[in-house]
Design a protein around this ligand. Structure first.
Ligand code: HEC
Length: 220
């Protein structure tokens, strides 16, 4: 093939220009013919540059691990440390004690949503927003399930992982869920039905049920 000739010829061609007959390839697919145009210069250059890039990049990144990954590791370690510090400060400030339900909700979001859903509506684990309970609706029963888990059914044992303090707060939050309405229909009821309104009713001071719920939870 007379490449030099073709290349010269094509430099004058613009997209959409008529391609002279002799530059069409022999074959023909139902009347569709293929032209033998050289690839655009920018494309060929990009191709060559990508090869050069790969030859430099692959050994540096994948074979000899020469990039300073320490920065990444250091940043991650620092972020983890900051999160721990913030948590320690919050605990020290008493913010968690004044809002155990809020703190419990946060922990629920970290440890429980994978199985019980973002709103407690259930999934792998049972729906916690309905009036049905497998292990009972009372504070000590809920706390006991969380602490001990139900190995045979896939509910993990959280006691050793989370410790008493966090479990108290999570229990406080779970106890508020019966009153909530998840945005999507929850998992179908499991266990026995309970009269939640009277179970969660304020025991001493006649106040709003919401604050009464958190009042009782502080007394595990
Ligand atoms: C790996 C999945 C999984 C995770 C994660 C999980 N659970 Fe469960 N949970 C279950 C299953 C399954 C059951 C049902 C146990 C049974 O049938 O006896 C259950 C049961 C429960 C129950 C008892 C419900 C009832 O009807 O008596 C409570 C309360 C509960 N989980 C709270 C939690 C909390 C709080 C967390 C986060 C700290 C959590 N679960 C994390 C799977 C999970």
């Amino acid at each position: 093939m007379s490449e030099r000739h073709d290349a010269q010829h094509h430099e004058e061609l613009l997209p959409g220009d008529f391609i002279p007959e002799q530059e069409l390839l022999e074959h023909d697919f139902d009347g569709i013919q293929e032209a033998d145009n050289p690839l655009p210069k920018w494309w060929v250059n990009l191709f060559l540059v990508s090869i050069v890039f790969a030859v430099v990049y692959t050994p540096i990144v994948h074979m000899f691990d020469l990039l300073p990954k320490d920065y990444l590791r250091r940043d991650l370690a620092q972020a983890a440390m900051r999160a721990e510090q913030r948590e320690a400060e919050l605990i020290a400030s008493g913010a968690y004690d004044s809002d155990p339900v809020g703190a419990g909700k946060k922990y629920f979001g970290t440890f429980c949503v994978t199985c019980h859903g973002s709103y407690g509506e259930g999934g792998i684990g049972p729906n916690l927003t309905d009036n049905f309970w497998i292990h009972g609706p009372n504070e000590n029963q809920i706390a006991a399930v969380i602490v001990n888990g139900v190995a045979a059914k896939g509910m993990p044992q959280w006691g050793p992982i989370l410790g008493e303090r966090k479990i108290k707060m999570i229990t406080a939050y779970v106890m508020t869920l019966w009153e909530t309405e998840p945005p999507t229909p929850g998992k179908k009821p499991e266990g026995e039905p309970f009269d939640m309104a009277s179970i969660r009713a304020p025991k001493e001071a006649p106040s709003e049920s919401q604050s009464a719920t958190s009042d009782t939870t502080t007394k595990i």
